[in-house]
Write a protein that binds this ligand. Sequence first.
Ligand code: GTP
Ligand code: SPV
Ligand code: MN
Length: 586
Amino acid sequence: MPDIAGTNGYILSNEITKNGKNWTPNVGFYQQLRGISVVSGNIRDLSPKIKSFVEQNIDLCHPERIHICDGTEKENNQLIQLMQQQGTIVPLPKYQNCWLARTNPADTARVESKTFICTDERSETIPTPKNGIKGTLGNWMSPKQMDEAIKERFIGCMRGRTMYIVPFSMGPITSPLSKIGIELTDSPYVVASMRIMTRMGAPVLQKLQKDDFVKCLHSVGAPASGFIENPSWPCDPERTIILHKPQNNEIVSYGSGYGGNSLLGKKCFALRIGSTIAKREGWLAEHMLILGITNPQGEKKYIAAAFPSACGKTNLAMMTPSLPGYKVECVGDDIAWMRFDKNGQLRAINPENGFFGVAPGTSTKSNPIAMNTVYKNTIFTNVASTSDGGVFWEGMEDEIQPGVAITDWKGQKWTKDSSTPAAHPNSRFCTPASQCPIIDPEWEAPEGVPISAILFGGRRPVGVPLVYEARDWQHGVFIGAAMRSESTAAAEHKGKVIMHDPFAMRPFFGYNFGHYLKHWLSMETRSSNLPKIFHVNWFRKGTEGKFLWPGFGENSRVLDWILRRLDYEDCGVDTPIGIIPRKDSV
Ligand code: GTP
Ligand code: SPV
Ligand code: MN
């Protein structure tokens, strides 16, 4: 049986505790790095560059032990066992290999106000008009401030804890469009989640013998007082900070174990650092789903769509069309890396390997595909649980048996008359993409899938029609730049304010938005076969405050109109905002 040392310390070794017989140590009983025991993995697998990255951060964070992750099922089972012992997760016996994590209630979403891009000059990060108007898109920090922020938080932050070395690939390991990262973290929850969300483990280390990598450092931290209120979910909300230094391909995240704050391959790498690499290399890293759609005539096209956080990407990517004869297949639900191939065709890969999807609102009625994806090998976070060992959230009311009792996301008894929601509004499922029943056959194609149309959209309760088409690329870029949306529970914004969210990237730009716009406009010179651009809005409300459009599967009617426009059907009318559907054409 494994040992538990203190609240966080835990010997994750397998062979060592069984008298060391199967263990062939290099130096003494364990291999050592900077005098710290490597309890799993072999330091000979680390390239000199990785080794020095790890050593530097051992000196900074003072972990108790090192674990080099291989991504195997055996390793995952050990982490699962450890997290159960620490109280981080509980099993959901109604399903197969599913787990529920309850976070510290102060650590439930991305923290945009504490997310910074670090460049020498402020103007590299934030649009800075010459007329003195203060640019407000993005948060900037100087390299000196970043060094100070790290020093204030990271010295000794992993004392008593294991530092996991997590090698991961964004994109299929064999794709020329993929990029590699190493995340150092003291959170087993992050390791288990990264194993679902990315290609993680030994095969990546092999590739890393040659390739460069994005450096990711993460600690859940501990409050300055040293007192951890909730040992099952250590964090330091007061001092949480998410830092990016594009110049060094470097990410440093402290204080939060949640989602985009801690799974550094996702927003920090694939979007913020990714967008800066994409700018340099001439491609696009975007907050977009990718879907394949086949019409009743059997013609298939791929569409990418940028909607802000919690505005419908996962649902559109997995849609069950209400229109007969249509089929949707899913390539990705959150991020697209896109570039023009040598024939001028825009091609996209999904750099992720799993879905970190919003749970509330997901039901057999609204998204049966997601429901069929999540009942095995899934980590749920901050959803409610049922007395028969299952999950529950707002929207699942018709799916629980009578007599089943519900425990809310904070662990309290919950009934339909309770005044608070059962699941946190930003509760999520973290599930392997390969399990999705409609995963596209080409979802891991190394060259990516050809994109015919790009959609922009948001939550616009008033004034924005269901769908309109841009007249040309420049107009499309203008539509992306002018996007606005109602805030959601995916970040810390309070209330439902309508905010600008250009390209659904406001929280995710890795560099000055003005330069980003220039980059988008420059795509026109790369191809004579640009995708058509559309704007959609599923979220318009009537005078009674109810959605006017049924949404979900009915959105296939809008996709049908878009496909017909791609085929140059005369089903649109030009208006001052763009081309809208001719009467009765949807
Ligand atoms: P992130 O993972 O945060 O980037 O979110 P997302 O863009 O993938 O959003 P998601 O598809 O998870 O949807 C968020 C919420 O919007 C869920 O509660 C959905 O049920 C709801 N939703 C999605 N599509 C529609 C729609 O067409 N109409 C309505 N009314 N609600 C929708
Ligand atoms: C989003 O907020 O857009 C998400 C969830 O996809 S998180 O991973 O937390 O960023
Ligand atoms: Mn997202």
